[in-house]
Design a binder for this molecule. Structure first.
Ligand code: GLY
Ligand code: MN
Ligand code: MN
Length: 436
């Protein structure tokens, strides 16, 4: 992502913060895995969105109209020994030279410098309640200023959630963001194709997971956007199954929910395939129903449609299909009203997608489901999950879990499916698997 993109975002943020106010946002921290080993570092999405700065122990400050510069970055000072052991880090000079900060200060001097920056500001925008250290420090800095009130110093009087402004910005993807999302989607889709091609009875779930990660990594995408779900047979009925330890059995379905991350942008794809490459009749019937529900949901995606419309369309198709197949008994309308479908379809049909797999952005505005607008990206992922011990349905349906998930961009005229490179029609999946 080019620096100019981050600059544009900061400009927009500064405009919205307004004069006499200030905004703060901290980076993610490193976390110890054991002794000298850390968990892989993943920058905080909000922080990265505004700075493009990929280091821990940093804090960005935005002060509209500040004469010496509106964007200040606190970060680690350059340390030669650290550079030798851990590799490059920007240091104070790098922060201004390469990351376009107007000013940079050592993070160790935060307590000395920050109160001065807060002086006489009215509102402090920051991610409230997300980082207890920052919450605590902010109150300390404000108290410090209050204690000086007799000298004429005025402490900020209002703390405001930064997320409201920032997440509204993040909800609408720019062309530069869409380029990364398209790449994440494409590589992930091809990973799913590879998984379909190697799938056969006797392999283990973790081997399918390894194939996906291998493919992502071979294409330069070293991070998954979330832990991959590779769930054979009844494991697919556990929505967030991640053990990925069981053997694939002939006659079972395999649900794969996996996506790569490209420069902090996620893909999120689910496909459900027959382990042998051929669906059984009952599997076909349930699968086609989920696929029809997905098509109906995707059909609701265009500017001006309610966020809820896709979910309602999926629920309608699934419920009516479940009645036809004998999984539910009663009138479709009443089953929907009484939420009886939730026995087998217990999650929502999608979520916003972006830097976070379950991305930020309000789903309701003024207590109404919001209307779709160009630039939003969402998943469409209906499913059916029939528990193995469900005594109320015919035995042939039991232990089947199916989900089909694609990533969809709302365009000016309708939508674009970003993940269409991976097949999902029954005949196409069977053909691909059998040709392998
Ligand atoms: N992979 C998580 C989800 O589909 O929401
Ligand atoms: Mn999803
Ligand atoms: Mn998913």
């Amino acid at each position: 992502m080019k620096q100019s993109e981050f600059k544009k975002r900061r400009k927009l943020l500064l405009q919205q913060i307004g004069p006499n106010n200030i905004a703060l946002i901290g980076s993610a921290s490193t976390r110890t895995r054991n002794r000298d080993v850390d968990y892989p570092f993943r920058q905080d999405s909000d922080f990265y969105y505004l700075t493009g700065f990929n280091e821990p122990d940093s804090l960005a400050v935005f002060i509209p109209g500040r004469e010496q510069g509106e964007y200040i970055l606190f970060c680690r000072e350059f340390d030669e020994k650290k550079a030798l052991w851990e590799g490059a880090h920007a240091g104070l000079e790098g922060a201004t030279e390469h990351y376009a900060a107007d000013d940079s200060f050592p993070i160790d001097d935060l307590d000395e410098i920050l109160p001065g920056l807060l002086e006489n500001k009215h509102k402090v925008f920051y991610p409230m309640g997300r980082d207890s250290d920052l919450d605590h420090s902010l109150l300390e800095w404000i108290n410090h200023l209050r204690s000086q009130s007799r000298t004429g110093v005025v402490a900020p009087g209002e703390l405001v959630s930064l997320e409201h402004i920032l997440h509204e910005m993040r909800l609408f993807k720019s062309p530069a963001e869409l380029k990364l999302m398209r790449h994440a989607a494409e590589v992930s889709a091809h990973g799913h194709v590879k998984a379909m091609q190697i799938c056969k009875p006797g392999l283990y779930e973790y081997q399918i997971e390894a194939e996906l990660i291998y493919h992502f990594g071979q294409n330069g995408l070293r991070c998954v956007a979330y832990p991959s779900i590779v769930a054979a047979g009844k494991n697919a009925c556990t929505l967030h199954y991640t053990e990925n330890a069981d053997k694939l059995k002939s006659g079972d379905l395999l649900l794969i929910d996996a996506g790569a991350e490209c420069d902090h942008y996620a893909a999120d794809i689910t496909r459900t395939i027959p382990v042998t490459g051929r669906f059984s009749e009952p599997q076909k019937q349930l699968y086609q129903l989920v696929l029809d529900a997905q098509a109906a949901a995707i059909g609701q995606i265009r500017p001006g449609m309610s966020w809820l419309a896709a979910h309602e369309a999926a629920v309608e198709v699934l419920t009516s299909g479940m009645v036809t197949l004998g999984l539910l008994k009663g009138k479709v309308k009443k089953l929907i009203k009484d939420e009886k479908y939730k026995q087998f379809y217990m999650h929502r049909t999608g979520h916003w997608l972006g830097m976070d797999v379950h991305d930020v952005g309000e789903y309701k505005v003024d207590q109404e489901w919001r209307l779709l607008e160009p630039g939003m990206v969402l998943t469409v992922e209906p499913g059916l999950y029939i528990p193995a011990d469900c005594k109320t349905v015919d035995e042939k349906w039991r232990g089947i879990g199916i989900r089909i998930e694609d990533d969809v961009l709302v365009t000016d005229t309708g939508h674009e499916i970003l993940t269409s490179a991976v097949p999902k029609a029954i005949a196409d999946i069977e053909a691909l698997m059998q040709a392998a």
